[in-house]
Write a protein that binds this ligand. Structure first.
Ligand SMILES: [Fe+2]
Length: 389
């Protein structure tokens, strides 16, 4: 198969599997199930067609197993012989590093309009009777049953909603768990779990944090997708780290005692840095949102103080705008009419932070007022300017 046909196969597989059932920003609170065409899964690879454990293990030098020891769940990568022994001992084995998986994760990410780094997938192989203990995961997952029947025990999680990390019955509760749950975790399987039997062709979506336990009623193979979406706390913290670490005072090591001693000063500086940084991001967004709304040549725009514009090739009209965004600096490449380059330079060196098309037209009369108005709209959409109401 060529790379292109791999991509095509992965893209049609993603469509067949997901069946337009998921909006990641409006996920169900409870598991949902739907049917998919199992024949599509053959695109994962010809040699997997038998789906027996020998073939599956042959595909990848290592697999993952999940087991409990010392009151903690371990996920470990193991070579084929240990994976085989674990399979025979009743543990589900996860084949999760096949080259064919990357284009599938990318296609799934495209279908769901998310980042492909947030998607992982794997084949779960379980011998008859293999079980997974009651647990919840941070990611939400979809299990596509391919071979055999699997019993799922499911229950809403009342003790830990939107967890930061997973937990399994028998694990110790640690400091990370206490951040998102002050409630005691169960010590035994709740008796009010609901039961779902997944047969070949059944897809089952398990929301993040939902309790689940499984038992293979027959030799079972499923293809599972895990989606760990970024959480706002991490995105904003990573943004603030980038902002703060531009200043030496925030990246200079100091003792914990000194950090605590200077808490008042640092906290106050943190607050003003955060305020300034967030305002610049909001301005960039506002520019994008309102960029097309003004046709009035006197309509004022403000230059985003944290954005920059550079002229790459004056002759061709190539420019680049850099705008701070919560996910990092956003780079917007513009392909302008070369006659507008002088206006860009004027904007870059503008001493005031407010401009209008009329104002620029007076200083660059060689370009029409209409073209300058058009340029301001483009720069506003790029986040370099924002339209002032
Ligand atoms: Fe799970």
């Amino acid at each position: 198969m060529t790379n292109d046909s791999h991509g095509f196969a992965a893209s049609s597989l993603a469509k067949v599997l997901l069946c337009n059932r998921i909006d990641v920003d409006d996920l169900p609170e409870h598991p949902i199930r739907w049917s998919f065409d199992t024949s599509a899964i053959g695109t994962l690879g010809d040699s997997l067609s038998q789906w027996n454990i020998e073939n599956l293990l042959h595909e990848s030098p290592t697999s993952s197993i999940r087991y409990q020891r010392d009151e903690r769940t371990h996920v470990e990568r193991v070579p084929r012989d240990i994976a085989r022994a674990s399979y025979e001992a009743g543990l589900p084995v996860v084949i999760d590093r096949l080259p064919a998986f990357r284009p599938i994760c990318e296609s799934i990410a495209r279908e769901l309009d998310i980042d492909s780094r947030d998607v992982t997938c794997g084949i779960f192989a379980s011998d008859k009777g293999a079980t997974a203990p009651l647990h919840f995961d941070q990611a939400f997952s979809i299990a596509f049953q391919i071979i055999g029947r699997k019993k799922w025990l499911l229950r809403k999680n009342d003790v830990a909603e939107s967890p930061l990390v997973g937990w399994a019955l028998g694990d110790k509760v640690n400091d990370e768990h206490r951040i998102f749950s002050g409630n005691p975790f169960p010590t035994e399987m709740p008796d009010d779990c609901t039961t779902e039997i997944a047969s070949p062709g059944d897809a089952l979506l398990i929301p993040s944090g939902y309790w689940h336990a499984t038992e293979a009623l027959e030799r079972s193979v499923s293809f599972n997708i895990h989606i760990a979406l970024p959480i706002p706390a991490d995105v904003y913290l990573s943004f603030m780290r980038r902002v703060l670490c531009q200043k030496r005072v925030w990246r200079q090591g100091m003792s914990r005692r000194r950090i605590e001693k200077n808490m008042e000063r640092l906290a106050s500086e943190f607050e003003s840095e955060a305020g300034r940084a967030m305002r610049s991001v909001i301005v960039g967004n506002r520019g994008q949102r309102d960029g097309q709304t003004s046709n009035d040549p006197r309509s004022p725009y403000r230059i985003n103080p944290a954005a920059t514009i550079s002229v790459d090739h004056a002759e061709s009209g190539a420019c680049t705008v850099h705008v701070p965004s919560i996910h990092g600096t956003r780079r917007v490449e513009l392909d302008l009419d070369p006659s507008l380059i002088n206006a860009c330079r004027r904007l870059r060196n503008n001493a005031n932070d407010a401009v209008s098309a009329e104002y620029l037209f007076h200083s660059i009369p060689t370009v029409s007022l209409e073209d300058i108005g058009h340029l301001l709209c483009i720069l506003a959409r790029a986040g370099f300017l924002h339209h002032v109401e």
